[in-house]
Write a protein that binds this ligand. Structure first.
Ligand SMILES: Cc1cc2nc3c(=O)[nH]c(=O)nc-3n(C[C@H](O)[C@H](O)[C@H](O)COP(=O)(O)OP(=O)(O)OC[C@H]3O[C@@H](n4cnc5c(N)ncnc54)[C@H](O)[C@@H]3O)c2cc1C
Ligand code: SF4
Length: 509
């Protein structure tokens, strides 16, 4: 057998190997210690990735493949060791999803017979996105999404969007519901997963615990998870997609990102199944369109923008923020802001919090207090089970913190406490008062928000979408503005320092 196919952690799909039959292909998989140690990763994230890889090895063997599965100090050593042992004529791999791995493989390709194939795990190949972006003046997600709907002929009738509208956002802003949803099909760990949990639990320098890990690690379990979402939460996905509920880390979301990003599920199959399930379970169009917008729109767009803008994208810092992350982000117990504490606790416990916690609490707060966007981005990358640089970086630097100066978002996603109050049940149990603007008991989001606008005036005043807020700010008296500034400075000075255990430089190896 002279052909080796290199499968990385995010390529876990048998279907994508259809052109490389077991009779002609040996599979190479590498667990790289250096990669696992690159950041203080959440233990559940590592267990998910490693256990999914080990299960996939078995699936490959059942399908007749010979698999060279290596435990190596780093990725390059693994590839060289394989080459020395088997001397393959050709080594193929899918284009890696991340810039760092692309650099490693490109370097190895100078000395080894290694070639990269187009990455099949997205609906739109990255080269086509780049062609689209080069042809556009307007790079907004909405323009891209409409183009994709037409291109893929999804929810389109006679050239127009089904339901007569592209977007049902107005129906999708309800506060959290009272009803409970059945628990998703968590999976009791088998021997393989238990072994991985044992290894990871014993590793120092990581975050959280994996002893209660119960996420799917195989395609069949991920498919059951997907069906469960469509059956029980899909109909409510749209109306409550912006809502947050204390202690509820999924609410009406799907948590399918973790399985999509490993390659266990493909975005096209999710869309196809969503359309069929909407019929089966009488799911309203605002939920169906809302879900398709996330997969066909946001996910494809974020992936494309990452490859369009890397590697310069890592350097953006529009507001010139320099602060490190307060240690609350790793140990939230002493944080008194109920919304922030609960959102961080979700991540610490589950390696997950849904989109609005990420956007309107975790990133909003970090942006308002002036955290360096890369420190925040590394925290997201380390802490979330679905996080990889290709997806967290544009979300953090572009969508959530406006660090790219408005390439992705038309205005910063910042808010005072009133938004969190409207969309969650946090404020009732908080030690701060969301209705107070200044003073010891005032909600910190309130004065931080106005102080941020004041401080960043030169960078935001010309944005038409910020005009109303600046008019409101300018109606405040000089005394009010001085109080806002004073409260904000006092609060920021009282924040706990960064935790030096969690300061690092990422290494893709
Ligand atoms: C600051 C920040 C960091 C983020 N980091 C990540 C990350 O590391 N990995 C990740 O997959 N998503 C990330 N997202 C996007 C989004 O929050 C998650 O995809 C979503 O919360 C995953 O939960 P879900 O599967 O329940 O999503 P659902 O709400 O059920 O949405 C369905 C699917 O749509 C896709 N999707 C939705 N929004 C986005 C988006 N903005 N970008 C890319 N895909 C999207 C996901 O694949 C998701 O599974 C981030 C968003 C923000 C604001
Ligand atoms: S009062 Fe402010 S800090 Fe407390 S939960 Fe509400 S928004 Fe968060």
């Amino acid at each position: 057998m002279r052909l080796t196919f290199l499968i990385t952690m995010c390529d876990l799909s048998l279907a994508e190997l259809k052109n490389y039959p077991p009779s002609e292909t040996r599979i190479l998989m590498i667990e790289s210690q250096r990669k696992w140690q690159a950041l203080p990763f959440h233990r559940k994230k590592l267990v998910l990735g490693i256990s999914a890889m080990r299960h996939f090895k078995l699936e490959l063997e059942r399908a007749g493949y010979e698999v060279d599965y290596r435990h190596e100090a780093d990725f390059a050593s693994g590839l060289w060791a394989h080459w020395r042992q088997y001397n393959p004529q050709r080594i193929l791999a899918f284009q890696p999803r991340e810039w760092g791995m692309q650099q490693i493989l490109s370097k190895l390709a100078q000395d080894l017979p290694l070639a990269l194939l187009p990455n099949p795990f997205y609906i739109l190949p990255r080269e086509e996105f780049i062609r689209w972006a080069d042809s556009q003046k307007d790079l907004r997600m909405e323009t891209f999404y409409r183009w994709m709907r037409r291109r893929e002929n999804i929810l389109i009738k006679n050239g127009q969007p089904v339901g007569g509208k592209w977007n049902f956002d107005k129906d999708n802003r309800k506060p959290p519901p009272d009803r409970a949803y059945p628990e998703p099909p968590f999976v009791e760990p088998d021997d393989i997963t238990r072994t991985v949990i044992g290894i990871i639990e014993g590793q120092p320098g990581l975050w959280g615990s994996a002893t209660d890990f119960r996420l799917p690690v195989t395609r069949s379990a991920a498919l059951k998870w997907m069906e469960h979402f469509f059956r029980w939460r899909f109909a409510d996905f749209g109306p409550y997609e912006d809502a947050m509920r204390q202690g509820d880390f999924i609410l009406t979301h799907s948590l399918l990102s973790a399985f999509l990003n490993l390659g266990l599920l493909h975005p096209s199959e999710l869309i196809e199944r969503a359309i069929a399930a909407a019929d089966e379970y009488a799911v309203p169009l605002n939920s169906l369109e809302g879900f398709i917008r996330q997969i066909l729109g946001w996910r494809e767009y974020i992936h494309g923008m990452y490859w369009y803008k890397m590697p310069e994208y890592r350097q953006v810092n529009y507001f010139q923020h320099q602060r490190g992350l307060p240690r609350w982000y790793w140990d939230p117990e002493e944080c008194e802001l109920a919304c922030l504490r609960d959102s961080i606790e979700m991540v610490k416990q589950h390696g997950f919090a849904h989109h609005i916690h990420r956007l309107m609490v975790l990133s909003n707060f970090a942006n308002l207090i002036g955290i360096h966007p890369l420190r925040l981005s590394e925290w997201f990358w380390a802490g979330f089970v679905d996080a990889y640089e290709w997806v967290e970086l544009p979300n953090v630097l572009g969508m959530a913190t406006y660090a790219d100066g408005g390439l992705l978002a038309s205005k910063p996603y910042i808010s005072s406490g009133s938004y969190i109050h409207k969309m969650s049940n946090y404020c009732a149990s908080c030690r701060f008062d969301v209705n107070q603007k200044y003073g010891e008991n005032a909600c910190p989001f309130n004065y931080l928000y106005w102080a941020f606008l004041e401080k960043q005036r030169d960078k935001l005043i010309h944005n038409p979408r910020m005009a109303v807020m600046y008019r409101m700010l300018d109606r405040k008296t000089a005394e009010e503005r001085a109080s806002i500034r004073r409260e904000s400075e006092r609060f920021i000075a009282s924040l706990p320092e960064e935790d030096p255990r969690y300061h690092f430089e990422y290494d893709a190896g």
